[in-house]
Design a protein around this ligand. Structure first.
Ligand code: GAR
Length: 193
């Protein structure tokens, strides 16, 4: 697919595990004429993910895998190769990809994480941030390398934490920022590669 600028849009696969609100925003973004990506495929480890249900209303192909062993990853790599996927966006994807898989897509896997990395890697970020009485949190889009939430940071957005915030209200506030940050980060990455 060719965008407004005449440049071929990067074929993108999104990996999700749950609600898929970031996925929906990326799909919307991909449909803009000047977007550098087109969403070709969505993969999930969870067939009951809300995001997968949503895709039934679209023409986007979705596939479910356990992501439990190398065999799954081999099958996935074959599909990605066959569909000529240029970019993978992890969007609320809660599985850890193998070192080998990451190597094969080196520099082409993005993740969004709900904290100001390198602070609060891993799970339950909002709970830990609130418990530590932080004044700020936020979200980060980064390249994926073999260490958890540690690849090169592409963009971050800071969010102020109010006295009344709890993990739920903070998650909601940050998610809203994530929806704007992910497309910006993709534009930034693809304008420099
Ligand atoms: C988002 O907040 C995302 O940053 C987070 O899960 C949520 C998914 O929401 N990802 C991680 O914690 C990855 N370690 P969504 O399914 O509505 O996009």
């Amino acid at each position: 697919m060719v965008g407004l600028t005449g440049v071929r849009k990067k074929k993108t696969a999104i990996f999700i595990s749950g609600n898929g609100s970031n996925m929906k925003k990326l799909i919307k973004f991909s449909k803009l004429r000047n977007s550098p990506i087109c969403v070709d495929l969505v993969l999930s480890n969870n067939k009951k993910a809300n995001g997968i249900r949503y895709l039934k209303k679209t023409k986007i192909v979705s596939k479910i895998f356990n992501f439990k062993n190398n065999k799954d990853e081999e099958k996935i790599l074959k599909i990605l190769k066959k569909r000529k996927i240029d970019l993978i966006c992890l969007a609320g994807f809660m599985k850890i990809l193998s070192r080998d898989f990451i190597k094969k897509f080196n520099g082409k896997i993005l993740n969004i994480h709900p904290s100001l990395l390198p602070k609060y890697k891993g799970l339950n970020t909002h709970e830990r941030v609130i418990m530590n009485n932080e004044k700020f949190s936020g979200c980060t889009v980064h390249l994926v390398n073999s260490k958890l939430d540690s690849g090169k940071i592409i963009l971050q957005k800071k969010v102020r934490i109010n006295k009344n915030d709890n993990p739920k209200t903070l998650a909601k506030k940050i998610l809203k920022e994530e929806h704007m940050l992910y497309p910006k980060a993709i534009k930034k990455l693809l304008s420099t590669t």
